[in-house]
Design a protein. Structure first.
Length: 277
């Protein structure tokens, strides 16, 4: 695995997130940027098994973007992986596009589930994981959640179900950037320690720097290789707006498009940043 190549993919994902949201005039840059390294690690770090030329191949892993407002991160990743053309990213949120503001599995190859209503993705992922178990499949299901999303009660119903059914083929990744649309998670509805909560619900818990690609890949691989019967969760500490200085740790960039000047500055920072190897 070439870590520099993975870093290049992460950089390209960030560039395209900013570019497509600016072109659309709306979207969610903050939470998309915080998830960019997670998505790059999953798809280009040798973790997810997929074939973009056969997106419905039953012999594949499944990735659920539970925090559906981060659709730009998902679309940019799918374009990097060859599911869709990069030129199509410019059609985000436009009339007649396949690239809706929240992902539509009926329109876009590689989108496993239509998401957007927060809290539902882990339940769907748990159901998929249970189905794979019944089919004696060796494949895995990955669910990317937000930390604000973990305020939803349905997340914990799914967590209970997954632990009870010993779904060790289910790997959840929490993009813990500490912010949601109304401000800091700890001020909106404090969820406490997600590590302690998931442990209490019967999961194996892993903590990682969500912007350290090597650490992400190593941790995700350990989840895949586990001999435990428990479902796995990776709590990834991230920065909302990561890679763009004026967006970092700013709740105001949860759902706002940059203007022309801001876009130019953002792309300069992303493209001028050193590639991590």
């Amino acid at each position: 695995m070439d870590l520099t190549a993975v870093a290049n993919h992460a950089q390209s994902i960030r560039h395209n997130i900013i570019d497509m949201i600016h072109e659309a005039g709306s979207g969610h840059p903050g939470g998309s940027l915080s998830a960019a390294d997670i998505m790059a690690a999953l798809y280009f770090g040798g973790i997810v098994e997929y074939d973009s030329t056969h997106p419905d191949d039953p012999d594949r892993d499944r990735v659920i973007m539970s925090k559906g407002h981060a659709a730009p991160a998902l679309y940019a990743t799918l374009a990097e992986a060859g599911y869709i053309a990069k030129e199509e990213l410019k059609t985000l949120r436009k009339l007649g596009t396949r690239l809706q503001g929240h992902p539509d599995s009926n329109l876009v190859p590689g989108v496993e589930v239509s998401t957007g209503s927060l809290g539902q993705g882990l339940s769907i992922a748990a159901g998929l994981a249970a189905g794979l178990k019944l089919d004696k499949s060796s494949h895995h299901v990955y669910a990317v959640l937000g930390d604000g999303e973990c305020e939803e009660g349905q997340v914990w119903e799914a967590a209970t179900f997954a632990a009870f059914n010993e779904l060790n083929n289910l790997i959840a990744i929490v993009d813990q950037n500490g912010l949601q649309i109304d401000g800091p998670v700890m001020e909106v509805c404090e969820v406490g320690s997600l590590c302690d909560k998931f442990k209490a619900f019967g999961w194996d818990v892993h903590e990682v720097d969500g912007h350290d690609l090597q650490a992400l890949i190593t941790t995700l691989q350990a989840c895949k290789d586990t001999t435990s019967t428990k479902p796995q969760v990776v709590i990834a500490a991230t920065i909302k707006g990561k890679g763009v200085s004026f967006m970092e740790n700013q709740a105001g960039w949860h759902g706002k498009a940059p203007n022309d000047e801001q876009t130019a500055q953002a792309l300069k920072e992303i493209d001028g940043g050193s590639v991590r190897g």
